[in-house]
Design a protein around this ligand. Structure first.
Ligand code: SAM
Length: 261
C-alpha cells in the first residue's frame, strides 16, 4: 500500500489475490457483459474483470485511488475509472446508450452499505445482477428468513426486489487493514417483477419499517398507529394468523397480504 488507507471512506482493501480470483470466478461473467464496479480502490479487481468482460466502469470517490487505478489499468482500453460518489452516480443517465443490462460488483465501503443497495434498487430496470462483498452480518440480514434474528425490514426490502444468496464467507485477514468482522460475497439477482404483488409499495415499506421498529412488540402494537384495529383483525382472521404474532414471524407474502388488506 502506498498511502495510509482512509478509514472514513471504508478503505479495507482485499489483498488476498486468491480471494480476488475466487470472487471473479463466482460471478460467472461473460465476455459480452458490461460491469459497473463500486469502489475500485487500486483497481486490482478491476484489472481481473477487464481481462474477461466486454467493458468495466469503476466508480471510485478517492481521486488518489482513481489515478493509481488508471495507471494499473493502462493496458485495458475496455476499462474506465470514474471519480464520483456512487450515491450520486446516475446509472440511467450514464448507461443511456445501451439497452443491455448492467452487472454490478463491489467490495463496498461498510459505512454506506444500506444506502448503496437502496441506490442500486432505484436503477433496478438497468441492472440484472449484483455481487457485493460486505460485512457478514449485513449479508445475513439481507438474505435472512422469517423467524431468524437477522430478519427485519431490510431483509424484506432486499428480497422484494432481488434474490439474495450468500456465495461464500471471506476471512477478515484477507483485507488490509483487517476489519473487525468477517465478510461475505452476496449475489443479488434483480427480479424482473417483485416476488409478491403489492397494491401500494409506499405503504408496504411503511408497514414493514414500522413493524420492525420495536421488534419485541407484537404486530398489533407496533402497527397500531398506522393501521386501524379493525383492519388488522380482518387480516388476522382472513389469513388465519394468530393475533399475538410478532413481526419476525411474518413472511414477505404475509406483509403483502396485510398491505393489500
Ligand atoms: N475494490 C477495492 C478492493 O477490493 O480492495 C477497494 C474496496 S474498499 C472496501 C472500498 C472502496 O470504496 C475504497 O476504495 C473507497 O475509497 C471507495 N469508496 C468509499 N466511499 C465511496 C463512495 N461514496 N463512492 C465511491 N467509492 C467509494
Amino acid at each position: 500500500m502506498n498511502v495510509r488507507p482512509k478509514k472514513r471512506l471504508g478503505q479495507n482493501f482485499l489483498v488476498d489475490k486468491n480471494i480476488q480470483k475466487k470472487i471473479v470466478r463466482a460471478c460467472e461473467f461473460k465476455d459480452s457483459d458490461i460491469v459497473l464496479e463500486i469502489g475500485s480502490g487500486y483497481g486490482e479487481l478491476t484489472k481481473l474483470l477487464a481481462g474477461i468482460v466486454h467493458q468495466v466502469f469503476a466508480v471510485e470517490i478517492d481521486p488518489f485511488l482513481c489515478e493509481s487505478s488508471k495507471d494499473n489499468l493502462k493496458d485495458f482500453s475496455n476499462s474506465r475509472i470514474i471519480n464520483q460518489d456512487i450515491l450520486k452516480f446516475d446509472l440511467k443517465k450514464y448507461f443511456h446508450e445501451t439497452e443491455q443490462k448492467i452487472k454490478v460488483i463491489g467490495n463496498i465501503p461498510y459505512y454506506i452499505s444500506s444506502p448503496i443497495i437502496e441506490h442500486l434498487i432505484k436503477f433496478k430496470d438497468k441492472i440484472d445482477n449484483i455481487f457485493i462483498t460486505t460485512q457478514k452480518e449485513f449479508a445475513l440480514r439481507m438474505s435472512a428468513n422469517p423467524g431468524s434474528k437477522e430478519y427485519g425490514s431490510f431483509s424484506l426490502f432486499t428480497q422484494y426486489y432481488t434474490e439474495p444468496k450468500i456465495l461464500f464467507l471471506i476471512k477478515k485477514l484477507s483485507f488490509y487493514p483487517a476489519p473487525k468482522i468477517d465478510s461475505a460475497l452476496i449475489n443479488m439477482k434483480v427480479r424482473q417483477e417483485p416476488i409478491v404483488k403489492v397494491k401500494d409499495e409506499k405503504l408496504f415499506f411503511k408497514i414493514t419499517r414500522s413493524a420492525f421498529n420495536q421488534r419485541r412488540k407484537t404486530l398489533r402494537n407496533s402497527l397500531s398507529n398506522i393501521i386501524p384495529a379493525r383492519k388488522l383483525e380482518q387480516f388476522f382472521s382472513e389469513y388465519g394468523i394468530p393475533c399475538n404474532i410478532r413481526p419476525e414471524d411474518l413472511s414477505l407474502q404475509d406483509f403483502a397480504n396485510l398491505t393489500n388488506t
